[in-house]
Structure formats: structure tokens, C-alpha cells
Write a protein that binds this ligand. Structure first.
Ligand SMILES: *Cc1c(COP(=O)(O)O)cnc(C)c1O
Length: 220
């Protein structure tokens, strides 16, 4: 079932777009089905769950943390996490840098932008991001690397609105790329698109889609 879900999905996703299989709340047996079907990139949004799954599963998996990350929990995932999707403060960035330094590695992250018209979602406004990237403290951070942006569209049936929001994120990415990241060829990722809207996201320039329920079935 999971194997055929993955096959179907991959037929609709260009090779240049990375598929993050969002496995939160799902048991290891189901993740292993995806693994056996060739999937190597998994996304989780709870630190303890991520640590447990990392401990028990094969070591060639790339684990992405896609949820809101609390500063005091960075230390538990810093040794192995391959990408942190939702960084939205300098404070968190500094802690990731500190933990990266302890493990003598550079940790890749994405800045989360607020693109939805919902109050509760996390994320930076464009002006917040500019301020963060201008901060003298930011230039001291040698153990993190910002490789792009991440965003979540409003939960709505209105595809035009979703499209507008993804387009906005792509636009912010282009602006930062032209200036703050002009010489950073690694700043090329746009993580946007989930089960309900990945097609629109890809049309609007997504390089990374985070898909859960279409692969593993709906969650409770
Ligand atoms: C749960 C989650 C997803 C995947 O959602 P689906 O609708 O199941 O594809 C993607 N991104 C984030 C940040 C999530 O928390």
C-alpha cells in the first residue's frame, strides 16, 4: 500500500523536487515499508519521536525536523538531523549553531516564513528575516547554514489563495537570493507543499514537498 502510494506520488513529482515523507505519529513498521520501497528522507515534528525512530531505523536515512523546535531540545537531535525546516528566530539559530559546534558539524536549516493569513502559525515576516540576517551575531554563526525557506499555506479550499501564498514565498526567496545570499549557491531550497497542495506548490517553484497522509494514510 505504502509502496504504491509512493510510486503514484513520485510519478507526479519532478525528479528535481525532493520528497520528504512525513511520518509523524506513524509506527516504525510503516516507515520501514517506505524505506523498503526506497524512501530515504523522512520528516518528523516531535523531538522524542524523532530520536526514537532514528535510534531504531537504518542509519542511511536523512531525518528532517519539520515542526516547531524548542531551543532546549535542539541538543537531542543535533548529532544526526539533516535539515531543520522551521527556524524562525535568531535565538533558535544560535542554539542550533552551538549544538552543531559541539558535534563539529554544520547543520542545514530553512527559515520559516509566515505566508498564511492565519494568526496562530509560526514564522518570520520578510522584515523579521532581514533584521535577523543583518544582525552582527548572525555573522558569527559558523555551524549553521541557511539553505532556503519554508512555509505553510492557509488551510483553505481556495486554491487561488494557496497559490498566491506559495508565490509570495518564492518571491521572498528570490529577493534574499539576489542580495543576502548572492554568493551562496546552497541557498536554493523552497520547502512548500503538503498532501493537499503539493501540486500547486510545485507549479509555484517548490523544491521540497512534505507529504504525510497521502503516503501513510490519515492521522488521528
Ligand atoms: C504534518 C505536516 C505535513 C504533512 O501533512 P500532510 O497533510 O499529512 O501531508 C507537512 N508539513 C508540516 C510542517 C507538518 O506538520
Amino acid at each position: 500500500m505504502i509502496a504504491s502510494n509512493l510510486t503514484k506520488l513520485k510519478q507526479q513529482i519532478p525528479k528535481s523536487v525532493q520528497l520528504v515523507a512525513v511520518s509523524k505519529t506513524k509506527p516504525v513498521e510503516l516507515l520501514m515499508e517506505a524505506y523498503q520501497a526506497g524512501q530515504r528522507v523522512f520528516g518528523e515534528n516531535k523531538v522524542q519521536e524523532l530520536v526514537d525512530k532514528h535510534d531504531t531505523m537504518p542509519k542511511d536515512i536523512q531525518w528532517h525536523f519539520i515542526g516547531h523546535l524548542q531551543t532546549n531540545k535542539v541538543k537531542y537531535i543535533a548529532s544526526f538531523v539533516s535539515l531543520i525546516h522551521a527556524v524562525d528566530s535568531l535565538k533558535l539559530l544560535k542554539e542550533i549553531n552551538k549544538q552543531g559546534s559541539k558535534h563539529t558539524r554544520v547543520i542545514d536549516v530553512l527559515l520559516q516564513f509566515h505566508i498564511a493569513d492565519e494568526e496562530s502559525k509560526f514564522g518570520l515576516k520578510h522584515s523579521d528575516a532581514l533584521q535577523l540576517l543583518d544582525d552582527p551575531d548572525f555573522f558569527e554563526l559558523k555551524n549553521i547554514r541557511i539553505i532556503g525557506l519554508m512555509g505553510m499555506a492557509t488551510f483553505t479550499q481556495n486554491n487561488n489563495q494557496i497559490r498566491d501564498e506559495f508565490r509570495k514565498l518564492h518571491h521572498y526567496h528570490s529577493i534574499l537570493k539576489a542580495k543576502q545570499f548572492k554568493f551562496a549557491d546552497y541557498f536554493k531550497e523552497i520547502s512548500m507543499g503538503m498532501s493537499g497542495d503539493y501540486n500547486i506548490a510545485i507549479e509555484e517553484g517548490s523544491t521540497m514537498v512534505r507529504v504525510g497522509s497521502l503516503i501513510f494514510g490519515s492521522r488521528n
